[in-house]
Structures are given as C-alpha cells and as structure tokens.
Ligand binder design. Structure first.
Ligand code: TPP
Ligand code: MG
Length: 681
C-alpha cells in the first residue's frame, strides 16, 4: 500500500481501536478527517515534534474536540515530545501507545476532549463547539501582534500560521460566527479554518438544522473561501493549503466534503448516532476495507513511524533549525527585544513591572473602581510591553483604553497596537483572549459585568486550561443605577466564585484595585475576574485603616474594635465595604464593638491557612453580617448560622442610584440594625 494511505489508515484504526477499547467516544470524525490532518501535518504545518513549544510554530487547533483521537493519534505518530511543568522538553512521547490505550481513562493524558494543560501538543482545550475556532482567532492576533512588534528588517521571527479544524457544530455556534466576523474584519491572513463538511451532526443529517450557504456567508465576512470536493484527495487538499499560504489579505476557509466514519460499511453518511464506538464487528469489517488485519489492535504497520519521521519530523526540524539560526543573530542585534521574547515565552514579567503604580490618597468622595482600574491598567501596560487587550465596544465605560504614548491600536493591516477592538462580540472576545493568552501574551478583555454571561463558556475554559486571561468587568451591581435590571448583575458573582481556578476579585477602594492588579498580573496558571463599580466610592485613609496589601490574602481586617476583640463582624466587598465602615462608626458611637472585614476575593481567602482565617473570622464571634449587592448564595459560609446576610433576592430596578439603594435596603442604618439584631439587641 502507498505509504500516505497506510499512514492515514493508521490514524483511522488507532482512533477506532481506542474508542472501542474505551467503549466511548467518537470514531467517525477521525476516520473522515485523517487525510486532511495527515496532509497538513506531513507537508505544511511548520511544527517540530522535537520542540513542541518552539515559539514560532504553526498552531493546529482541533475545534471539533470530540474528534480528540484524531489529534492524539497524530501527536503519537509524529513523535511529539513531552514538555514538563518547567517548560523543558523531555525525551518521552507526549502521547505514547500506552496513553492511546488508556483513552478516556482516569488520570490519562488522553481525556475525552483535548485538554491543553494535560497533553503537550494540544494547543488549547476544546470540546465545547466553537471555542477552538474562537481561540484560533486570538492566536492569529497574537502572531500578527508579535510580528508587528518584534520582527525587524530581515528578521521575520514571528509569522506563524494558525489552522483550526471545525465541524458543522462549530459553524453553527454563535461564538464561531462572531470570531469569523472579527477575523475577517481584521484581515487575519495567517488564519486558516478547515470546515469538515460531512453533512451530519449528532442528531442526524445536518440538513435537519443547518441549511445556510456558509461559503457565501464567509465570503461576506471577508474570507477567502475554497473547496475540496473529496477529503481523500490529497492533491486537492495540498492545493487548498497552498491557496491559503498564497492568500495574504484575508483569512481562508477550506470547505472539505468528507464522509464521517469513512470506510465503515454501515455508518458512512448515516444519520445514526455516531458519537459512540463502532462495535467489534464493524471495527473488523472496516479494517477489512482498509486492508488491515481484521484482528489487529492498535497496529502501527512497519514504516509508518518512519514515514512521519521523514515527513514532518525532518521538515519540521529543518524549519525550526533555520529559525533558530536566524534567532541567534537576532539576539545579537536586538538583545533587548530578544530578552523580552524570552520572558514572554517563559511567562515572566519584565523587571520593574510594578514601578509607578498609582497610590491613591484618602478621599471621602473617592472614585469609581473602574477609574482606579483604568489608571492602574495603564501604568502596568506601560511597564509590560506585551500586555494587550480591549473591550467589547465599551472601552470608554470600562476605562480600559490604553492611552499612554505609543500604546496604539490593533487595526486591520496595522497590527502593532496594544488596544484591541473586539466590537460587540463578547463571546468571541472571551475565546480570543484565551487564544492570545495561550500564545503567551498577557491579554485582557472587558465589558459590563452582567455580560460576563455572554462570555462564561470561554471564561470557564480559561480556568480549566489554566491560562491567565484577565477578564475586567465594570458596572458591577445594581449600583449602576438607571440602566436597570437588564444590566444589573445579581447572580454572576456567585456563579464565578463557584468556578474552580477562577480568581474573582471585587476590590473595595482605589488602593485595593492596585493590589488586585498586582495579584492578577502575577498569576501564571489561573485566569482572573476583576469586578468594578461604575459609581464613585471613598478611598480609605490607610494610616487609619489596615494596608490595602491585605487584598492578596483575599480578606483582611480593615478596621477593628479597640483591643481586637469585636462583638460583631461586618463583612463586605466592593462598594459595600463602605456601608460596613459607616455602620462601624455608628455602632462605635453607641458603644458596640465591631470589626470590618474587607473581602475582595473568596478564592484567595480560601487558600489561606486556618490560623489566618481564624484571625479574620474568630470562631468565637458568631454575630456577623455580610453586605453585598448581589445574590447572597454562599455568604452563609462566612456569616455562619447566627449571622445575617444583606443582599439581593430579586432583579434590580431602573432608577437613580440613591433610589435603587433605598429600595433594596443598602443603607447604613440597615447594616446597623442587622448588627444589633445578630447581637440580640
Ligand atoms: C457547545 C456544544 N454543544 C454540544 C456539544 C455536543 N456535541 C458533540 S459533537 C456534536 C455534533 C457536532 O456535529 P459536527 O460538528 O458536524 O461533528 P461531526 O458529528 O460531523 O463529527 C455535538 C452536538 C458540544 N460538544 N459542544
Ligand atoms: Mg458534521
């Protein structure tokens, strides 16, 4: 058999066998798409299996994450090496044959859907359809940005391409449509999506639910669209990849007509459910079609490993070596830039990243935390040349514009700027932010807090894949006033606090904002959610109150009863800390000893040791009150069975701030009354 065909069928049979052994998974998509991936990896992808983190490698994203075995088989056969936790390449496979045989098993690095923090060679975590496509736009942005900022005459050190493999499901997802629109607008010519046009989704023929003319749609987005009429035609696939490489003014969509479960006598083009193993009998029959020994399992025929070694292995090593040689010269000529690139690659911050951060003087009127955020973000971005980001058309409201000299904009064909303009595309913004983050730039995105709901699937994936995306949200509560309940978040804080590995921070004054950013910018394996007010709030006098650096511990005693022995603990976050402070003063005047705990981050607080937690919330003090203009869900953990929670139990209302606060009871007198109540007074 021809070696190309033998190699392709090896990908197919490994996928069939792994799914069969696991008794779970999707064999059909890998069987249909094996030639598409083979042709790309073997002949075009600029990727060195011996150094899978080479910064200028082309990225391959399997947006159709259910086809995970396609990727695992490819990583295995191409001999991609494993990279350890310190970023060092070690001489063992990223995906071994044993890993393939433990597909979908506990603690394997071949989980049901590809997870980038588990498996080297998996560029981003995919499975929720559309997300990978969204990530790929962020990666393409990162490539263009790196090229515009770091390439020098004669030194194109950054020009990597990004390929994403998408199915009908991806094409239908909103996030994918938003991302395609953004990529077309930005003319990301380094982006290539391959659409597996196989006429079938899980519930049956794709025609049950999908009939638009997507080629015309993508032309409308400003993409170059080309078509390959048969997924098994390697020449035509090659021509399509060449077309992409020649297209310098816009992204490319390659529509590939394929047959799901190619070779399988029963499932081919069937509307049967295909998200399941073929069954032992059908595996045998299919292997017969492929000319495979029927009873073989996990067979890699003689010569197949070598085929990949002599293809992508050799070609990848050569392009990488050429790049490395060029980069050695680059280092000599541009040591400062090379040093920055080294830091980017190793997720380090530049020296002096925290210089000139603002310090806000005490001020009773104070400022909105979105204001202090804007000032802090600008100071940080000035110090960190590779901190980039933007808003979903609310930059002026979010105060996320980078306004210092030279910050600039990231526009079509002018890719040097630091300000990204995502347009009103929150979900794609979230996904693209993750794509930029996994490309090792520090990326932030911003919108109103209520619209975090539009981005939640991407935020969740950032947390899962342990990438430090920064999500900035303003207009954080009913305190935004007149815009009313459609814009007033209620349950968002509780939801995000429940998300594993998402660090949520809602700072209580301007200096807490600065401290929050210090925490966020040093995160390397967790995303952060920063929750900020629209309305002004006081800046505390830190000579009288505890230092704002307490933010790093998640919660700290802002102001205590004399002698440190409070009768009642008042706790809050963000703009409600101030209500606690005012109540504290009133209680004090009445001879009641209170403590105020500012609690910007539950997540950080939960990481503290028992002694610190006890020092903030002594078990002996059971009279406790929490105040937060959000759903109270979860506050019972901190107020305890005898405490009282002041929060939101309905949607908000459209009215001036003062009236909204009154209507929902966020008044000092209510905090005072609650404190007395829990004290039994
Ligand atoms: C957001 C999301 N919704 C639903 C699913 C479940 N799901 C996995 S594969 C699939 C079918 C997708 O069809 P298509 O993309 O055409 O893939 P094919 O069946 O052709 O391999 C669905 C609905 C998912 N993974 N993500
Ligand atoms: Mg399909």
């Amino acid at each position: 058999m021809d070696m190309d065909q033998l190699s392709i069928n090896t990908i197919r049979t490994l996928a069939m066998d792994a799914v069969q052994k696991a008794n779970s998974g999707h064999p059909g998509a890998p069987m249909g798409l094996a030639p598409v991936v083979y042709e790309l990896w073997q002949k075009y992808l600029r990727y060195d299996p011996a150094d899978p983190l080479w910064p200028n490698r082309d990225r391959f994203v399997l947006s159709a994450g259910h086809a995970s075995m396609l990727l695992y088989a490819t990583l295995h056969l191409t001999g991609v090496r494993h990279v350890d936790g310190d970023g060092k390449v070690v001489d063992r496979p990223a995906v071994s044959m044993d890993d393939i045989q433990h597909f979908r098993q506990l603690d394997s690095n071949t989980p049901g859907h590809p997870e980038s923090h588990l498996t080297t060679g998996v560029e981003t975590t995919t499975g929720p359809l559309g997300q990978g496509a969204g990530n790929s736009v962020g990666m393409a942005i990162a490539s263009k940005w790196l090229g515009a900022n770091y390439n020098q005459p004669g030194f194109d050190v950054f020009d990597f391409n990004v390929y994403a493999l998408c199915g009908d499901g991806d094409m239908m997802e909103g996030v994918c449509c938003e991302a395609a629109s953004l990529a077309g607008h930005l003319k990301l010519s380094n982006l290539c999506w391959i659409y597996d046009h196989n006429h079938v989704t899980l519930d049956g023929p794709a025609s049950f639910s999908f009939s638009e003319d997507d080629m015309t749609r993508f032309v409308g987005y400003g993409w170059n669209v080309t078509r390959v009429a048969d997924a098994n035609d390697l020449d035509m696939l090659g021509r399509a990849y060449e077309t992409f490489l020649k297209t310098k003014d816009r992204p490319t969509l390659i529509v590939v007509d394929s047959h799901i479960g190619y070779g399988s006598p029963h499932k081919q083009d069937s509307s049967d459910a295909h998200g399941e193993p073929l069954g032992e009998e059908e595996v045998k029959l299919t292997k017969k079609v492929y000319g495979w020994p029927e009873d073989s399992k996990f067979l890699v025929p003689e010569g197949v490993y070598n085929q990949f070694k002599n293809g992508i292995g050799k070609r990848g090593a050569e392009v990488h070596a050429g790049w490395s040689k060029k980069f050695e010269d680059y280092k000599k000529q541009f040591p400062k830039l090379a040093d920055q690139l080294d830091k980017i690659q190793n997720q380090q911050l530049p020296d002096g990243w925290d210089k000139d951060l603002p310090v806000f003087p005490a001020d009773a009127k104070g400022m909105a935390t979105r204001e202090s955020s804007g000032k802090t973000l600008n100071a940080l971005a000035k110090n960190i040349p590779w901190l980039i980001g933007g808003s979903a058309d609310l930059a002026h409201s979010n105060k996320t514009n980078l306004t210092f000299e030279g910050a600039g904009d990231f526009f079509p064909n002018a890719y040097h700027g630091r300000n990204l303009h995502f347009g009103v595309r929150e979900h794609a913004m979230g996904a693209a932010t993750n794509g930029i983050s996994v490309s090792r730039l520090r990326a932030f995105s911003a919108t109103f807090f209520n619209f975090s709901d539009y981005m939640k699937p991407s935020m969740r994936l950032a947390a899962l894949m342990e990438t430090p995306s920064i999500f900035i949200f303003t207009h954080d509560s009913i305190g935004l006033g007149e815009d009313g309940p459609t814009h007033q978040p209620i349950e968002q804080l509780a939801g995000l606090r429940a998300m594993p590995n998402m660090v949520v921070l809602r700072p209580g004054d301007a200096n807490e904002v600065v401290e929050a950013y210090k925490v966020i910018i040093q995160l390397r394996h967790s995303p952060a959610t920063l929750v900020l007010t629209r309305q002004a709030m006081p800046t505390y006098d830190r000579t009288k109150f505890a230092a704002a650096s307490g933010v790093a511990k998640g919660a700290y005693v802002l102001i205590d009863a004399e002698g440190g022995k409070p009768d009642v603990i008042l706790m809050g976050t963000g703009s409600e800390v101030h209500l606690c402070v005012e109540a504290y003063e009133k209680l004090k005047a009445e001879g009641i000893k209170a403590r105020v705990v500012s609690m910007p981050s539950w997540d950080l607080f939960e990481k503290q040791d028992a002694a610190y937690k006890e020092s903030v919330f002594p078990a002996a003090v059971t009279a406790r009150v929490s105040v937060e203009m959000a759903a109270t869900l979860g506050w019972d953990r901190y107020v305890g069975p005898k405490g009282k929670m002041i929060g939101m139990h309905s949607f908000g209302a459209s009215a001036p701030l003062k009236d909204v606060l009154k209507k929902f009871g966020f008044l000092t007198e209510n905090v005072v009354a609650a404190a007395k109540q829990v004290l039994g007074k």
